[in-house]
Design a protein around this ligand. Structure first.
Ligand SMILES: [Zn+2]
Length: 252
């Protein structure tokens, strides 16, 4: 068992949330039990994940997508009321890390994707920005679009939406987990061969074609599963606390 303060201090040290400007509060969002025996990790603090955390007897729920986003309705009503009431009744701390968890150089969503896809020589895509959200790198052995499609499908357990000729060779690649598809323009301007993101919109396909880049939309949920999972595993080892990752499947 550890105290809430010990957990929060450790997370702050690992993720350094003050390094990057975000559009939600990072860290403790809903206060619960001061003592923590069990942590559940997951991508989004949806009702399904909260219910699973309650069933798992969790004292803390650690997620990538929490609440209180800039521009969202500020009142605690309707579905948000139901979610927060469930957390408060069960005395569960809700702890969320958004961009700090995307960009962490080893545990972050983007770093975890690089590990899965076999990308090396990783740098920020935003030139001159030390906390670039999107990143770029390369494959030691160039891959075809078809080969990269197969590798993404296998490592994320989900087939991506793909734009580009199956035989096109890819050496350089840029990527951004989740909703980062608009970084494709920055990658296109830098002449990068392929861009991988979670989501896709209609206009992104035109940009990919006009920059002659391959594009892969591998799923917002699927590309953001591994950061919070890796963070949980790190914390379990570091603090000797029980941590369980619960995947609430999401096709988007
Ligand atoms: Zn996201």
């Amino acid at each position: 068992m550890i105290s809430r303060e010990t957990l929060l201090t450790s997370l702050e040290q690992i993720l350094e949330p003050n390094k990057i400007k975000d559009y939600c509060p990072n860290g403790l969002q809903v206060e619960g039990n001061g003592q923590i025996k069990k942590i559940v990790t997951g991508v989004t603090a949806s009702q399904a994940l909260i219910d699973a955390a309650i069933a798992a007897n969790a004292d803390a729920l650690l997620v990538h997508h929490g609440y209180f986003w800039k521009g969202e309705n500020q009142t605690i009503t309707s579905l948000k009321h139901k979610r927060i009431k469930s957390l408060l009744m069960a005395d569960i701390n809700l702890i969320a890390y958004h961009l700090p968890l995307d960009i962490h150089p080893t545990l972050g969503n983007n770093a975890q994707l690089a590990k899965r896809f076999g990308i090396s020589n990783i740098q920020g895509l935003e030139i001159g920005n030390p906390v670039s959200v999107a990143v770029k790198g390369e494959f030691e052995t160039p891959q075809t679009v078809a080969q990269l499609t197969a590798s993404i499908t296998q490592s994320l357990d989900r087939a991506p939406l793909v734009e580009g000729n199956a035989n096109k060779a890819i050496r350089t690649v840029a990527w951004c987990s989740g909703g980062g598809q608009s970084f494709i323009e920055m990658a296109g301007e830098q002449g990068i061969d392929a861009f991988i993101s979670g989501e896709v919109s209609e206009q992104t396909i035109h940009l990919a074609r006009e920059y002659n880049m391959a594009f892969f939309a591998a799923g917002h949920h699927a590309t953001e599963r591994y950061g919070v999972k890796a963070l949980g595993e790190f914390v379990a080892k570091e603090l000797g606390v029980d941590v369980e990752f619960i995947d609430i499947d999401n096709p988007a």
